[in-house]
Design a protein around this ligand. Sequence first.
Ligand code: ZN
Length: 147
Amino acid sequence: MSPTASAPPAADPLPIKPAISEINKPFWDGCRAHKLMAQQCTHCQELRYPAAAVCPNCLSGAHEWRALSGRGELFSYIVIHRGYHPYWAQRVPYNVAFIELEEGLRMFSNIVGTPNEALRVGQKVKVAFEQRGADLVVPVFEVVDKS
Ligand SMILES: [Zn+2]
């Protein structure tokens, strides 16, 4: 048994961390700098998220990283009422939102700063960044059009 296997649960549970690799590290570094980054294929110009080793459109590995606008709209969402993980159990009910960015990419995130009851498909949103744990910064979104 490893020493960590018998460690008592943390008083303040940590969120599940993403697997950070050489391929997606620029995305997470961008989050720490409060920039929403995506790969852009330098062969066919296709933007892609999540990060991948090759372009899903033309299979080229050539790419560069580009800062996105951070603007988009709420494409869809759900509200979670059961805490399946200790970190999230303290935060129910919370939303999981599917955001369509103005560049056309879609990403899962959370809407913050608006009650779940006031969320509406099509609302305009903008990115914000939230610290989760000591060394993780994630993109979240705020509603900019509350009508
Ligand atoms: Zn391509």
